[in-house]
Design a protein around this ligand. Structure first.
Ligand SMILES: Cc1cc2nc3c(=O)[nH]c(=O)nc-3n(C[C@H](O)[C@H](O)[C@H](O)COP(=O)(O)O)c2cc1C
Length: 347
């Protein structure tokens, strides 16, 4: 179903939050197969990067039809790059385009991107308008060839289209959304969200912490509730985010704090069953580790094995022999090597 329609027809929506280094194609594929959230997001990707030649970044934008609705998230600070990047995301067939105004990482905020945009409402508006203009431009002219992009980017766009079974001539109308935080050093929720609401965004996801909090302390859902009240007279939906540990809890919080949806991040890492409100046996976890590895190796045959180990450690959380298993998992570097651990892992 078209995401704009889903937003009006189903509430609340509970999605998987975007996580850099985590929500790549294999992770989303596992999540979609095990317990599909209502919506999935890519890792954030640089608007400047994808529009100016960062061919490798297009790996982060791979998806398959069973992951829909899938939203691509952009970060950056240059409206021109967002204009170009949003046209590219339309050509890739994404159901939505999201602008990151919430990332607290210094590598991102030092450049004026992510949560640093909260301090620059005028620039934030220019970026949002650039995304609307980019989508409008795509609707006027569906030809990939007419885009002023390096040839190597057009080639990689065609590769991604093929991977995602997206037919480029098909008219797409992605949602446009922002993910952000409560403020910089202190919450300025009402002022900041009111500013964002000057634009006809489809939804805003609000993480219940300020930039300076990073991930410390607890997310303030009472601040999120303030934003929930503000959107009630607009077309924009408000989703909450922060510290949720189950789909059931997310649904409760949506009702309690008046939001149309919620995103769950860290709690889903190593635990895709969370979206089905159930826990898994160790045998199931081991099978999923194997499947995750297989999808990763098939999708990225030239990549190093190491990034997978991080996921293995998440799947083993709470295992009675976690310490012993982890010591062995950090040395695994192939699918057969992983298979050898089965008898010790599955109790
Ligand atoms: C490893 C990691 C990477 C993240 N990368 C992104 C990102 O690319 N884009 C984004 O909007 N948020 C990102 N976040 C923030 C999450 O989407 C989410 O807002 C945060 O984890 C709080 O939700 P949670 O308490 O459910 O985990 C990241 C968080 C983590 C832990």
């Amino acid at each position: 179903m078209n995401l704009s329609r889903l937003l009006t027809q189903k509430q609340p929506l509970i999605g998987l939050s975007p996580m850099d280094g985590v929500t790549d194609y294999p992770f989303r594929q596992i999540q979609a197969q095990i317990a599909k959230p209502d919506i999935l997001f890519t890792e954030f990707v640089s608007a400047e990067g994808i529009s100016r030649g960062g061919v490798k970044l297009y790996d982060q934008l791979l998806f398959s039809p069973n992951q829909r609705p899938v939203v691509a998230q952009l970060f950056g600070k240059d409206p021109d790059a967002f204009f170009s990047a949003s046209q590219i995301l339309c050509h890739l067939g994404f159901d939505g385009i999201e602008i990151n105004m919430g990332c607290p990482a210094k590598t991102v905020t030092n450049h004026g991107s992510g949560a640093a945009l909260i301090a620059k409402p005028k620039l934030a508006s220019e970026i949002i308008l650039a995304v609307f203009a980019g989508v409008g431009e795509y609707k006027k002219n569906l030809s990939l060839q007419s885009l002023a992009l390096p040839e190597k980017i057009k080639k990689v766009i065609l590769r991604n289209q093929k991977f995602s079974s997206f037919i480029s001539k098909k008219y797409a109308s992605p949602t446009i959304s922002v993910k952000t935080r409560l403020g910089l050093d202190k919450p300025v929720t009402e002022k900041w969200i009111s500013h964002l609401l000057k634009h006809p965004l489809d939804f805003i996801t609000l993480h219940g912490r300020t930039l300076s909090q990073g991930y410390a302390g607890l997310a303030s859902w009472s601040e999120i509730a303030k934003a929930g009240k503000l959107v009630s007279s607009t077309r924009t939906k408000l989703w909450g985010n922060g510290d949720l540990v189950s789909r059931r809890q997310a649904l409760d919080f949506c009702q309690k704090y008046g939001t149309s949806g919620a995103l769950i991040g860290r709690a889903a890492v190593g635990n895709p069953w969370l979206f089905a409100n159930r826990s898994a046996t160790w045998a199931e976890k081991f099978s999923v580790m194997l499947l995750h590895t297989q999808i990763y190796l098939d999708t990225f045959p030239l990549r190093r094995f190491e990034p997978l180990r991080h996921h293995f450690l998440s799947y083993t959380l709470g295992h009675p022999q976690a310490k012993k298993l982890r010591a062995r998992l950090v040395a695994v570097n192939s699918l057969p090597g992983l298979l050898k651990l089965e008898k010790d892992f599955v109790l």
